[in-house]
Every structure is written in structure tokens, then in C-alpha cells.
Write a protein that binds this ligand. Structure first.
Ligand code: HEM
Length: 572
């Protein structure tokens, strides 16, 4: 018995030692290889064990130092830095390099900080998933962002603006300055809750006392707290920590919140009660009715994950863009005047962006749509399937060709809905506002960077990177690269005048990323931004507190280190 136990023990030790030796050997081989690959790129000198982790301090300052040294002085299209001995990152800083990864289907980096930390909250949703799961869900969600659906949300943007503007008016009496990010963030969360779940909970008025709002805000903080604390990277240690316990408790709470609404809506859909009460579709309606090629829909959990993802990916990002827009308007009074003049010309004294001269716009809008419907500029497209596919309950074999006839659909009297009133018209007429919003997105890059870990070897600047290499796709660097953007730190909406911008590489302006993993909510976000900015500028003159220093502060989204203090004065 004793001998047997001893043999098992020795066997076990040998097994563990062999495992450790193999891992060590693999690591050393990988380390030598990746070091050689990275030697082609410049970067701050790393410590052998900690890499550059101890030099980072404020991440924003670290990025700016590297930008100056490598991107500006050395004109490098990428530079490298190490978080620890096992975590080298190639930071892509030029359209030529960033496009290699953006065009590919390289998965999101799921080890270390970042995407992994949001998994318990968002599940395997669009933002985090890869491969066939992502492909299927992207296909199912895309119709939810079709312009005909987005158009219906203009009413929500305007309602949200009503509350926000009243808050500005009451808080800024007597020339007081207020911090803008918090208010912007509540407004964008309010919008998303209404557009995703048709949930109206007076979110902006109740503020962070609202339990759901409080939970979402706290979850974002806890994800960040974990990313900054290496001891919480391990999932078991995280679960045992007080931060982890709070995080999981809040996840349960927000999951329950969405699940209750989803279950209720499913029931209403089954009983066909919904259509009578609600005229405007929300994202939930679309997610509940979406089916893939095999007729399978999304499960309640999948829907919940996607809704939670919209909240996470869509509210602080848009709030960042809105806050930096207020900053830019306050800082550049001449630009504010131009935006104001244009808004006046288009919307005049209207309270709602699309109310007063609606009849004229309705006609224009109907005219354009009717031309598109009647003459269908692209009448059909075709697809040949690679796998069997079920259409109307009939299975088609691989190789079948389908004609997708938009012409027929547009002329099908059972499908064509009542012509609806477009409110795009106001927004699309504001060319200067569009340029202004783009310049805010370039200059302040609300999502400063994203990351990818490649599953297959990939060539960047003639150098082959092995599987497992980690890349930082730095939109902030690309947007401030003086070899691409002259005087990149200057705020000049005119850069985006059509003729100038169209000559540029499309990957020189990537605030929403680009390629297959671009932001699904980009049109939604820009519509909301434009309505809110137009409504604010039309009513208020915006000024910055001259005694308050505003500095960028890079987190998951671009914030201001000590906030942005703004005054909104009623125009006379
Ligand atoms: C100014 C506002 C916004 C900015 C700057 C922004 C930026 C981005 C960026 C850079 C990505 C790529 C992320 C990555 O590669 O990991 C992304 C993805 C995504 N965004 Fe946005 N976003 C904004 C607003 C929104 C809104 C309003 C929604 C939802 C309604 C949304 C939903 C998503 C989703 C679901 C993805 C994942 C898409 C996929 O991988 O297929 N975003 N966004």
C-alpha cells in the first residue's frame, strides 16, 4: 500500500514537473521568437520581468510620450511596449498598420485585462464573441440598426433632450458652471433604456439613485478597478475578493432587471397584445423576432446579453462624445457661432428638431423614399449558399442560388408600411454640424484604442507575427498622427469638408473602428449626438469655466481628468 502510494506520488510529481518543463520550454521558445519579431519596431526599453508596467503611471501620459517619440519623431507606423514579461503589445498607430487588423476577423483579446472582465456581465455577446457565434448574432442584430428603425428613435432623442435642457437651465442660473460628463452619461443611458427596452424610469431625474442606473455605473467602475489591479486578474481570487463579490451581485441584479422585461414582452408578443399598445419598435422587439437561416431565434439569455452590451458599449461612449462636443463648442466660440447659425437656419424656433415645418419635410422625405421604392436603384442582388438553408420551411441544398429582389419587396402591397415621417432631413441638412461631430470624434477619440489577439500568423510592416500576438489598435494615435493629419492637436471641423476628406485613406479616421468588427451602433450614436447638440446650441450659449483646466484622461472611454465645467446661458 505504502509503495503504491509512493509510486503514485512520484508519478504525480514527475507529471507536474514535466508539465512545468514543457510550459517553460514553450514559453522560452515563444519569448525568443516574439522578441526577435518585436525588435523590428521601436518602443520604450522594458524591464526583463515587469516590462514597461512600472513606467506607465498615467496611461494617457504614457501614450502621449510614446506618440511624440515614435509616431512623430521616428515616423513609426507601430511601436511596442510590454505590460509584463509575458505581455508584449504592438501598438498600431497608422492607417497602413491598423487596417491590417481591422480588416481581419482576428478575435478580441481575451486574456489579461479587457474583454474577459466584462464576460460575467455581458456574456458571449456581440462585443466579446468571435467566429460563427459572432457572425450569426451580427447578422441577427443588423436589421435592428437599419435606418428605418433608427428613424423612429428621433422622438426619444428629443424627449431626452427636453429633460437635459431643463436640467442645464435650472443648474446654470447665475452663471454657475456644471460638470457635464455625469449629466451626459445619464442622458445617453436614458436614451438606450428607452430605445432598447422602451423603459421609461425618469432616469435623468432620479439619477444615480435609480437602482439600475446605479448598478450599471458601479459595474463599469468595478471592471476598471479589476483591470488596474493585477491581483484580481485571476477569476478565483476575483470571486473571493470584496470587489468580485460586489461585481457578481450587481450582475445578478442587472440580469434580473432585463430578464423581467424580456419575459413580459415575450408573453405579450405571444398573446399579440403588444402591437396595439406600442407603435414604435424597440431593439427588444427586433431581437425577440429575429431568426437565423435555420429558423432559430435568440434565447432569452442571448437577448439579455445583447441588451446589456448596448448599455455598456453605447452609453459612456456617446456621453464622452457629447461632453467633448460641449467642450469644443465652449472653447471655440467662432465654431459655436457657425453651428448655431446653421441650426437656426434649419430648425428655427422649433422645440423639436422635426416638428414645425413638418409638412414640407414630410413631402421631401416621402418624395425621396418614393423614388427609391418605385425605381429601386439596385433592384436585386444574388447569393449562392455554401450550406443547406431553409426558406419557408423548404430545405435548399448547398450551391442553390437566390435572387434577393428588393424591387419585388418594394412593390409588395402586403409588406409596404404606411409612409412615415422622416426626421433625418433636419440632421442631414446640417453639414457643418456633421463636420464638427467628426472633428470631436477625431480630436477626442471617445474609444481611444481596442485590442486583438491573433489566432493565425499575420504580417504587419513586412514582419510576420506568430499566433497569440497581442495588438493595440490605437485610434487615438492614428487620429493625432501628424503625418496623416496636419496640425493634429488643432480643432478644425473644415478638415472634413467632403472633397478634402474623401482623398484620405478611410482608415485614417476610425472612431468606431472599421471592417467587420466596426461599431454596430455608430449611426444611432451620431443621430443622438446631432439632435442633442443641435437642441442645446439652439437654446444656450455655451462657455467653459476659465479657471478649470481640462485634460484628457484615457480609460475604456476618453474622459477628462477633473471633468469639464460648462455654463449654459439661455440665448436672448
Ligand atoms: C460615440 C459613440 C460610440 C463610439 C465612439 C463607439 C465605438 C466603438 C468601437 C471603437 C467599437 C469596436 C470595439 C472593439 O473592437 O472591441 C465598437 C463596437 C461596438 N459598439 Fe460602439 N461606439 C459608440 C456607440 C455605440 C452605441 C450607441 C451602441 C449601441 C446602441 C454601440 C454598440 C456596439 C457594439 C454592440 C459593438 C460590438 C460590435 C461587433 O463586434 O460586432 N456602440 N463601438
Amino acid at each position: 500500500m505504502g509503495v503504491m502510494l509512493m509510486s503514485i506520488l512520484v508519478g504525480l510529481v514527475v507529471l507536474i514537473l514535466s508539465y512545468v518543463v514543457i510550459r517553460l520550454f514553450t514559453f522560452i521558445r515563444w519569448y525568443k521568437k516574439i522578441k526577435k519579431v518585436l525588435s523590428h519596431f521601436p518602443g520604450p526599453k522594458p524591464h526583463w520581468l515587469f516590462g514597461n508596467a512600472l513606467q506607465i503611471g498615467c496611461f494617457h501620459d504614457f501614450v502621449c510620450r510614446n506618440h511624440e517619440e515614435y509616431v512623430e519623431k521616428q515616423n513609426a507606423k507601430a511601436y511596442t511596449f510590454w505590460l509584463f514579461i509575458n505581455r508584449p503589445i504592438l501598438q498600431l498607430t497608422h492607417p497602413d498598420t491598423i487596417k491590417v487588423l481591422m480588416k481581419s476577423n482576428a478575435p478580441k483579446a481575451k486574456s489579461g485585462a479587457g474583454y474577459l472582465f466584462v464576460l460575467p456581465w455581458l456574456g458571449d455577446s456581440l462585443l466579446v464573441s468571435d467566429g460563427p457565434k459572432w457572425e450569426r448574432n451580427r447578422r441577427l442584430l443588423t436589421p435592428g440598426f437599419h435606418f428605418s428603425v433608427l428613424n423612429g428613435y428621433f422622438k426619444v432623442y428629443n424627449d431626452v433632450a427636453d429633460t437635459l435642457l431643463e436640467k442645464f437651465a435650472s443648474s446654470c442660473k447665475d452663471g454657475k458652471y456644471i460638470e457635464i460628463f455625469k449629466l451626459a452619461s445619464l442622458a445617453t443611458l436614458d436614451t438606450l433604456l428607452q430605445c432598447s427596452l422602451s423603459y421609461k424610469g425618469n432616469v435623468q431625474l432620479v439619477g444615480e439613485n435609480h437602482p439600475y442606473v446605479k448598478a450599471v455605473k458601479r459595474l463599469v467602475t468595478l471592471v476598471l478597478a479589476r483591470a488596474l489591479n493585477i491581483f484580481l486578474y485571476n477569476p478565483i481570487l476575483f470571486r473571493l475578493s470584496s470587489t468580485g463579490r460586489e461585481f457578481y451581485k450587481l450582475c445578478d441584479f442587472v440580469h434580473q432587471f432585463s430578464e423581467d422585461i424580456i419575459a413580459k414582452r415575450r408573453k405579450e408578443l405571444a398573446n399579440n397584445q403588444d402591437s396595439e399598445k406600442k407603435k414604435q419598435l424597440d431593439f427588444l422587439d427586433i431581437l425577440l423576432t429575429a431568426t437565423d437561416d435555420n429558423g432559430n431565434g435568440l434565447t432569452n439569455e442571448e437577448i439579455r446579453n445583447e441588451v446589456d452590451t448596448f448599455m455598456f458599449a453605447g452609453h459612456d461612449t456617446t456621453a464622452s462624445a457629447l461632453s467633448w462636443s460641449m467642450y469644443s463648442l465652449g472653447k471655440h466660440k467662432d465654431i459655436q457661432e457657425k453651428v448655431y447659425k446653421e441650426v437656426r437656419e434649419v430648425v428655427g424656433d422649433k422645440q423639436y428638431i422635426d416638428s414645425d415645418d413638418i409638412s414640407k419635410m414630410k413631402y421631401l422625405s416621402m418624395f425621396v423614399k418614393e423614388v427609391l421604392r418605385c425605381h429601386s436603384p439596385v433592384p436585386t442582388v444574388s447569393r449562392m449558399i455554401k450550406e443547406p438553408c431553409v426558406v419557408e420551411g423548404v430545405e435548399f441544398p448547398e450551391g442553390s442560388i437566390f435572387d434577393l429582389s428588393m424591387f419585388d419587396v418594394h412593390h409588395n402591397s402586403h409588406v409596404w408600411p404606411e409612409p412615415w415621417v422622416s426626421s433625418f432631413d433636419d440632421i442631414s441638412k446640417m453639414k457643418y454640424l456633421s463636420m464638427f461631430v467628426k472633428e470631436v470624434l477625431r480630436c477626442h477619440s471617445p474609444v481611444p484604442s481596442v485590442s486583438r489577439m491573433i489566432k493565425e500568423p499575420c504580417v504587419v510592416e513586412g514582419v510576420e507575427f506568430p499566433e497569440g500576438s497581442l495588438f493595440g489598435l490605437s485610434m487615438f494615435d492614428v487620429h493625432h498622427n501628424s503625418h496623416i493629419w496636419p496640425e493634429p492637436w488643432e480643432f478644425k471641423p473644415e478638415r472634413f469638408e467632403e472633397d478634402k476628406h474623401h482623398e484620405m485613406d478611410p482608415y485614417s479616421f476610425v472612431p468606431f473602428s472599421a471592417g467587420p468588427r466596426n461599431c454596430i451602433g455608430q449611426a444611432f450614436a451620431q443621430h443622438e449626438e446631432k439632435v442633442l447638440i443641435a437642441r442645446i446650441v439652439n437654446r444656450f450659449e455655451i462657455s467653459l469655466d476659465p479657471d478649470h483646466k481640462v485634460e484628457h484622461f484615457m480609460e475604456v472611454v476618453m474622459r477628462a481628468k477633473n471633468g469639464i465645467m460648462v455654463n449654459f446661458k439661455e440665448r436672448s
